[in-house]
Design a protein around this ligand. Structure first.
Ligand code: FES
Length: 694
């Protein structure tokens, strides 16, 4: 029992605090406040996983004067550990030191013990940890003829005695190894216990002789274009290395619907694609392990996210139902299973967890992005957009969340564009157009120089200027609009041909010459602008539907996720009307949010419960069934939008034909300039149906 005279202990970075009687072990104080402190050895002072640091000084905000002297003196266990393994100055073992006065305790984030060298820091974000698979060291009593309890049973007894662990189940593959491992370890062993859900029995998944002080997990984002894999220490939480590779399913179909079609047309299509993605993940896991000098056998937990089609194909499920209404998922809830069932050769007992899918077209990747960005944890209204060949959209706040997907197609990734290409060296990624001369300058991937800077020709000589990638397409179309080369309705203005040789006739329309050499001419065609209009109108119409469902709230923050979101400049996303108006500083990239969410679920099982709960509360909107979609789509064909104003954007970026409030200026004749936005463009349905774009 504690009273007000007891010392006050504050744990950082969580900020949790409480009063504890003098003599309370620091690790116990932490745990009683729900602060997770790792421990493999159970307080024997041999694993070093429980290290803490005490902040020195007066913390007026918290009313605490903290000092290392407010801990019990250096203990024998600490001295022994420091002697054997080394302990950084200021570090203490929280299992072996007690509270003696007020304390501010920091949990250091560099707890890589015996760990592989961290080759590259991939993401410095730190998440509170409580992994679903833990290492527990125990000392088991030796066999006794007079008490003939089996070796495994005595191991379970020791786990219950030292770790309060209810009798676990055991993976069958371990049965032949129990006796040799116990003897090899001199009756000291480390058990890897998978215990994802409190309402399920814990599971013994691996057993090591002696003290095993490191274990790893992988978090995998299975994108339709790219697979990204992160290797993290389950004991320190550090991401050790990351890697990625193109999804080999691309050879069966560029976009999701063509892969679904491939399954429908080919009896072997589903197994082929399942084998391809599993093989790619295995290869990536081995690659990342080799890079980090880690054995794949030390990977004991995995988390996977992906859109519904990727999710189903990875699980070996036929995705045909996802290609047509009502877009039925075979399973939508989270799934936990052995990694070996997914043909992954890691630790034989490794577990795999798949986040839940939100709907038939909004997948576990969107769930992971939601977990990472946390719109459900805040009062502000957040718009979370993950743009790929299919945009997944989540909108809302702690009060209410809605989600949908929009069939944007591959235009944003450079496909469907005459000179489009994937982001690769030589691809134009940045563009500026002088509104006076209509002359462009650009940057390509592979050099930092702009095309009008000295040295560009030499710097680009190896790759050449090969095409234009997704971010370049957004910028060139936005710059063409800002320079007046294209009208609000997306028509390349042929009258400018008199003024600039960059505007050239192309059949019955006009084109803009972005780059020309004797060998190559890169032009933006009218059809290219149309492809961007169709893609962005589909995205925006989806967003508008969701906004309508929530009563059209003001958007406080826009998070652009995914590879595309990383490269697109928010200003251009708004100039083109991909997203609604918002203060520019509140709109930005959040990187691979799906991968970050997967890592969170890997490192803390509470996050798994959190997203499982949130997903049940997200309202799913099927854009194809909403009568307002078409109207929103037609208005969104214009740049930035026929009906919606952009008052925040025009504060920093004046728009043609818009006044200072971002409203459309009345045309002198009261009509619209240019041709009809929708007149020749068609609608997503006319372009092959809702599912056809998915
Ligand atoms: Fe292992 Fe403290 S818990 S050293």
């Amino acid at each position: 029992m504690s009273d007000s005279a007891d010392p006050l202990v504050l744990f950082m970075p969580s900020g949790r605090r409480g009063r504890f009687p003098r003599g309370t072990p620091v690790i116990e104080a932490a745990r009683s406040l729900g602060v997770y402190v790792e421990s493999v050895c159970g307080g024997r002072g041999i694993c070093g996983r429980c290290q803490v640091e005490v902040a020195e000084g007066r913390f007026a905000k918290h009313g605490i004067t903290s000092s290392g002297d407010h801990l019990s003196p250096w203990s024998a266990k600490e001295a022994r550990y420091a002697d054997k393994r080394g302990l950084k100055p200021g570090r203490r073992l929280s299992c072996s030191t007690t509270v003696q006065g007020d304390l501010v305790v920091d949990l250091p984030q560099d707890m890589a013990i015996n760990a592989a060298v961290v080759r590259k820091a991939v993401d410095t974000r730190q998440f509170p940890r409580d992994p679903a698979v833990r290492l527990l060291y125990v000392e088991v009593s030796e066999p006794d003829m007079h008490a003939p309890l089996g070796d495994l049973d005595r191991l379970f007894q020791a786990l219950e005695r030292d770790w309060k662990l209810a009798r676990p189940t055991i993976e069958p593959h371990l049965l032949p190894h129990i006796q040799p491992v116990l003897r090899q370890g001199g009756w000291s062993v480390t058990a890897a216990i998978a215990h994802d859900r409190d309402d399920e029995a814990p599971r013994l998944v691996a057993l090591y002789p002696g003290l095993k002080n490191e274990a790893y997990g992988i978090a995998v984002d299975i994108g339709s274009t790219t697979i990204a894999l992160h290797l993290s220490s389950l004991l320190s939480g550090q991401t050790i290395a990351s890697t990625g590779a193109p999804n080999p399913q691309i050879r069966f179909g560029e976009d999701l619907m063509s892969r679904v079609s491939y399954v429908m047309m080919n009896p072997d299509g589903r197994p082929q694609m399942t084998a391809a993605v599993r093989g790619a993940i295995q290869a990536l896991a081995e690659k990342v392990c080799a890079e980090a000098n880690v054995s794949p056998a030390d990977i004991i937990d995995c988390v996977f996210v992906g859109n519904p089609v990727m999710h189903h194909l990875f699980l070996g499920i036929d995705p045909t139902e996802l290609g047509q209404a009502p877009f039925a998922l075979a399973l939508s809830g989270a799934l936990s299973l052995p990694a070996s069932a997914l043909d992954l050769t890691l630790n034989p007992g490794a577990r795999a967890y798949l986040l839940p899918c939100i709907a038939g077209h909004v997948g576990a990747d969107a769930a992971a992005a939601t977990l990472s960005e946390g719109p459900h944890r805040q009062d502000e209204t957040m718009l979370l957009v993950d743009v790929g060949t299919n945009a997944e959209i989540v909108l809302g706040s702690s009060k209410r969340l809605v989600a949908a997907s929009s069939p944007t197609g591959p235009a944003f990734e450079g496909a469907e564009i005459s000179c489009g290409q994937r982001a690769a060296p030589g691809a134009i990624e940045r563009v500026r157009i002088d509104p006076a001369t209509l002359e462009p300058r650009f940057k390509i991937i592979g050099t930092e120089l702009w095309s009008d800077e000295p040295g560009f020709v030499e710097a680009s000589a190896i790759t050449g200027v090969t095409g234009i990638c997704g971010s370049g397409i957004i910028e060139v179309v936005a710059e063409m609009f800002l320079a007046g080369v294209i009208t609000e309705d997306g028509v390349i203005d042929g009258r400018l041909a008199e003024r600039s040789p960059r505007i050239v006739p192309q059949g019955r329309t006009f084109a803009y010459v972005l780059h020309e050499t004797p060998e190559r001419r890169l032009t933006i065609l009218q059809t290219d602008v149309r492809a961007i209009q169709l893609a962005k109108a589909a995205l925006y119409a989806g967003i508008k539907l969701l906004l309508g469902k929530l009563g059209n709230p003001t958007i406080d923050r826009i998070a652009l996720a995914g590879a595309f979101g990383s490269f697109i400049e928010p200003r251009y996303a708004m100039v083109l009307g991909l997203v609604p108006d918002c203060a520019l500083e509140k709109c930005g990239s959040v990187g691979n949010a799906a991968g970050a969410g997967a890592r969170m679920a890997l490192l803390n099982r509470d996050y798994r419960r959190e997203i499982e709960d949130v997903v049940t509360r997200i309202e799913k909107i099927e854009t194809a069934l909403e009568p307002d979609f078409q109207g929103h789509f037609v208005a969104a064909m214009a740049f930035p939008n026929k009906l919606d104003s952009y008052p925040e954007l025009v504060k920093v970026q004046p728009l043609p034909n818009r006044d200072s409030a971002g409203l459309i200026k009345a045309a002198p004749d009261g009509g619209e300039n240019g041709e009809s936005a929708a007149g020749d463009a068609g609608s997503p349905r006319r372009r092959g149906g809702r599912a056809g774009r998915r």
